[in-house]
Write a protein that binds this ligand. Sequence first.
Ligand code: NIG
Ligand code: FE
Length: 406
Amino acid sequence: MAGWDLLLTDARIATLAGDSPDYGEISDGAIAIADGSIAWLGPKGAQPAGKPRKTRSLGGQWVTPALIDCHTHLVFAGERSQEFEQRLEGASYEEIAKAGGGILSTVRATRAASAEELFDAALPRVQALAAEGVATIEIKSGYGLDVTNELKMLEVARRLGESTDLTIRTTLLAAHTVPPEFEGNADDYIDLIGNEMLPEVSKRGLADAVDAYCESIAFSAPQIAKLFRQAIDFDLPVKLHADQLSDGGGAELAAYFNALSADHLEYASATGVEAMAKAGAVAVLLPGAFLTLGETQRPPIDALRTNGVPIAVASDCNPGTSPICSLRSAMILASRLFGLTPLECLAGTTREAARALGLSHDRGTLEVGKRADIAIWNISHPRELAYWIGTPQLADLIIGGHTTRP
Ligand code: NIG
Ligand code: FE
């Protein structure tokens, strides 16, 4: 057809299209791109006539949807390797948090940092993800915990999107933990989020969703329910850090509020999983945090599968529980630690990750009409993406129809 900007030919395409349990392979195919979107794709020979402005033969290389990291906290200052050492010596994450470390230690560093410093620290993390084929990243606030600093974090995240080719989706995670000013007074802090942060964030369009941490060291289900009602009033979808260290009914809570996703889920109950299935909430698995915290209870993978809950995989990049700026590593860990198949790992970082961000309509699979966010790989089968460790395999990353790597 006339008007194609780019035609990729001689490609082995893993479309991930549909919900079928395979890669949606087109073994010798072509992809036509126009105006940043996929205008046509299919097997060689079925291609409609037309003169693309540019044709590129991939010589049999594999292409997949560009990867999507649907859960990160990559805007932060400082680092917490000392706590890592303390944990190796036997201290628990909860003990460190209760002693004023943990999330609060990163809150102190992040409050003290300027927006510029936060941006400069975060940009290489974004670039590290992109170097592995990631074109869409979700970034949460949650290390500011007051109006000024939560807004500062979200503005930095938005700026990362404006300064790179990547899509950045931002999430207000002000309910990450109780800030020192509100110690013993979590209810008042929840009111501050609802009455001051949400209106400002909504007015300035700074967040695409609202998240909270449901855990004994953070917020209770009733506190989060109150916040989620307000978020929904502002037309913001919700998601939840749920059942990571204990069963706090997080999966049920997320399902009740039609959350986009419930994340972590190590201790999610059978009823929680069933509720998620009914609500269509995505289970976002975060094996980097599981590994770093030395957890032993795995998320209920079989129950998620049998109930048909979509499973996504994300890096959870953060300085406390998942110092991992690599979505490929999360895929690798999900296969080793949780027994996800390589196909589940790839679907979990493309199609299901898009679903977890409410972006299924325009990305996550290779289909006509979706964004031309395409990763080109030096591999002989896409299962290798969950197999090799520390092996660079990205040949090229096309974002919105444009090549981003030299
Ligand atoms: O996803 N669980 C809470 N939030 C992060 C940890 C953040 C931190 O420890 O700084 C997580 O694991
Ligand atoms: Fe997290």
